[in-house]
Design a protein around this ligand. Structure first.
Ligand code: E4P
Length: 218
């Protein structure tokens, strides 16, 4: 499973990259705003800075909601760096834009997906990635993991190449459940990634090893 980090924070991206386990980055307008990145030139500059850190795909979301606007924005984003994946919302105009980008060989991430039907449409439009939002479904008492399972079955039934990018991941159990189901990618915060590697017995064991070594060598 590929690990993407869901942030526009350069320090967090660098930290995950330095661990050697990072396959890409996803951002969204809220995450860009959180970092105080405003204005088209600054936004493009920030995406370039992210691309300079990571080796893999970097999802950059369009703001327009009409086909022409999405195409204009997406082409400008894609021209920035070959790592850029144009992130497009799951609306009718977005589906048209995904088909357009796909025909041009430009990678896309269909975002704000909350149903298997939406995921099926995204795959038929040729999306590179589909982003079902697990956490936001959990927030409304609907099991986000059921959606991942359902999309996995549908894509496997027909051999769709669109990758399932489990998004809105909030904690390590989300990551593990996605891995069990067979999501191709997960995108989550650095906290969820770091939480995966922690175990109290590891910390206790290491402390004892080091103490015994110190005793034997003093
Ligand atoms: C997906 O690409 C989104 O950026 C993200 O995963 C949304 O997560 P949230 O529901 O925690 O905001």
């Amino acid at each position: 499973m590929k690990f993407f980090i869901d942030t526009a924070n350069l320090a967090e991206i660098q930290e995950a990259q330095d661990m050697g386990i990072l396959d890409g980055v996803t951002t969204n307008p809220s995450l860009m705003a959180k970092e105080g990145i405003t204005g088209e030139a600054n936004v493009l500059k920030h995406y370039q800075a992210i691309c300079d850190i990571v080796d893999g795909d970097v999802s950059a979301e369009v703001i327009s909601t009409d086909f022409e606007g999405m195409v204009k924005e997406g082409l400008a984003l894609a021209a920035l760096d070959p790592k850029i994946v144009v992130k497009v919302p799951m609306i009718k105009e977005g589906v048209k834009a995904i088909r357009f980008f796909s025909d041009q060989g430009i990678k896309t991430n269909c975002t704000l997906v909350f149903s298997a039907g939406q995921a099926l449409i995204a795959a038929k439009a040729g999306a590179t990635y589909v982003s079902p939002f697990i956490g936001r479904l959990d927030d409304i008492s609907t099991d986000g993991m059921d959606l991942i399972e359902s999309i996995r079955v549908i894509y496997d039934n027909y051999g769709f190449e669109t990758e399932i990018l489990a998004a809105s991941v909030r904690h390590p159990m989300h990551i593990l459940q996605c891995a069990e189901i067979g999501a191709d990618v997960m995108t989550g915060p650095l906290s969820a990634i770091n939480a995966l590697l922690k175990h109290p017995l590891t910390d206790i064991g290491l402390e004892k090893f080091l103490a015994d070594h110190k005793k034997a060598n003093s």
